[in-house]
Design a protein. Sequence first.
Length: 134
Amino acid sequence: MKLTEHTITIQRDLTQVIHAKKWDHEMPILKILHGTDNVKILSSEEIDFPGFNVSDEYHRLKAKYNRKDDGNMALVQREYGNDAQRLAERLGVTHTPGIVKQKKSVQIDNRASKVRGSLPPPGMAKLERRPSVA
């Protein structure tokens, strides 16, 4: 799937200008959040995005922008509704509602080995500890 990525500036106040790269479908949310006159597109580029999932993108937008709204309705729902259907229509793809796969990270912390993320050697369930001397 091809998505349009914009290089933009956001004028936060007289002294602060933010430069960022944002997708085309994020622009309406940014214009609501910062004001239409404060968001300027400097350049645009079409990017090939294989494996793009509309539902995952909808949930990413909600996680990123909904916490910043002061109104009664969250920004993403105001622009794209309560599910990813309107976002899919804007992107020109068909959307079939289904299960959203939430990616969870796992952090391994094996403090006995004193190396963060290390695992015991194969065949050993636990690292052996030396008995403490009293």
